[in-house]
Design a protein around this ligand. Structure first.
Ligand code: PXP
Length: 240
């Protein structure tokens, strides 16, 4: 049976902390609990506006965890410099807009070719694997290959938000096609954004997706059942 990996994004533990500027809850503790539950990697997004995860958090997390650390980040020079200093196992490049509630779409690799190329080159100099968060579009997968990325993460945001069954099925088909094409191109294929304990059941049918990166739903569930149980519940869905 194929093992599908789970990366747990712990940003929203920091969101809760930053709501009151307290010292708790600590995202590094969350990372350790998700690791204890058996997740395959820890994901954190160090945003330029520092709305949740702070610079100190990523250094502490990197020091404490044994599973790979995937730093989500924009191509901003200041963040690329921090990533170089930190040395996570992987960096996932995402677009970042100040006013967005959360990442709104994949990075447009054609429009942002220069910026992405420069960030990839700096990250690779530090031996950091690079993943590109893209919409499920063939041309974006092609561009990711030309840019020399190691991984593509397909944006499942639209699939997660589609309210009608027909629209969701259509988007699922688009994701499947992009995942097949990315696999053919030799990529490790990840996916994520907006996934929860219900919609995951549809998307795990796409065999080409090797890893899911999930945050908000797992952290939300953990409020009621604890992070170890919430993570285990998602792992069991991924491998059922
Ligand atoms: N993957 C990427 C690239 C993201 O930007 C995010 C959100 O930070 C996630 C996965 C996780 O999304 P969610 O919190 O909706 O599960």
């Amino acid at each position: 049976m194929k093992k599908t990996k789970l990366g747990v994004n712990i940003d929203h533990v920091a969101t809760l902390r930053q709501a009151r500027f307290t010292r708790y809850p600590d995202p590094a503790t969350a990372a350790l609990l998700a690791q204890k539950a058996g997740c395959d990697s820890i994901v954190a997004h160090l945003r330029k506006d520092r709305r949740h995860i702070q610079k100190e958090d990523v250094f502490l997390i990197k020091d404490l965890i044994k599973v790979p650390f995937n730093l989500e980040m924009s191509t901003a020079a200041s963040i690329v410099a921090i990533a170089g200093e930190l040395g996570p196992n992987q960096a996932t490049l995402v677009p970042e807009n100040r006013k967005e509630l959360t990442t709104e779409g994949g990075i447009d690799l054609i429009k942002n070719c220069k910026k992405v190329k420069s960030a990839i080159s700096k990250l690779k100099q530090k031996n950091i694997k690079v993943s590109l968060f893209i919409d499920p579009v063939k041309n974006q997968v092609k561009a990711a290959k030309e840019l020399g990325a190691d991984i593509v993460e397909i944006n499942t945001g639209k699939f997660s938000q589609d309210s009608s069954k027909a629209a969701q099925e259509k988007e699922l088909e688009r994701i499947k096609k992009a995942a097949v094409f990315a696999k053919e191109k030799g990529f490790f294929v990840a996916a994520g954004h907006g996934l929860d304990y219900t919609n995951i059941k549809k998307i795990i049918k796409i065999d080409e997706i090797q890893e899911f990166n999930i945050g908000h739903s797992i952290i939300s569930e953990s409020v009621f059942v604890g992070l170890v149980s919430a993570t285990k519940e998602m792992i069991s869905l991924l491998n059922s």
